[in-house]
Design a protein around this ligand. Sequence first.
Ligand code: SF4
Length: 216
Amino acid sequence: MQITAVYRKLYRQHGPQHWWPGETPFEVMVGAVLTQNTAWSNVEKAIANLRAARLLDAAAIIRTRPARLAKLLTPSGYFNVKARRLRSLCAWYVEQGGFDALSQRDTSRLRSELLALHGIGPETADDILLYAFERPVFVIDAYTRRLFKRLGLIAGDETYEALRAGVERRLARGDDRIALFNEFHALIVAHAKNICRPRPRCEVCCLARTCPATVV
Ligand code: SF4
């Protein structure tokens, strides 16, 4: 099956996903750090805590005592770890001049700088690049690996970089790549959470007719 056909079928089944939930690019960045190893509903509670404390601001987060920040992040789990990661991201963000200054950088430099920060791996960096900085970078996560492996599009044990580059190559080039990558990743997450689960619900899957892993 062509990867673009997967996109079209997922879009028909699930409709537009309107990602990423977040009122500002900075809030998207915060969400990308907090969503590591936890459900989005928990991230929403932690972000609500930050908003209520008027801390959805990089400079304000840096000024906040680590223990207080960690307490506000409690709903997102691993709150001490995430507080350190968030402070590191915010320190870089402020030092580099904030969103407008960072937006001037090319994607590969921005990506390298994000990957050099404490606790930012490729998936989080690419979430930030795609959804906060609107760069044409395809996000690979465990859902993408599971779905694409079942569909026979990948072997499943490729490195992150090999998968990302391979998927980007197979998707059409053009002005709408950012919108396509944005929607496709969100659709993969929706499909993997609701249908192509660890125990797949192939009987209601739009890809079942051509999926080699169909179980009916
Ligand atoms: S047919 Fe089944 S295994 Fe294949 S993608 Fe759909 S839910 Fe997953």
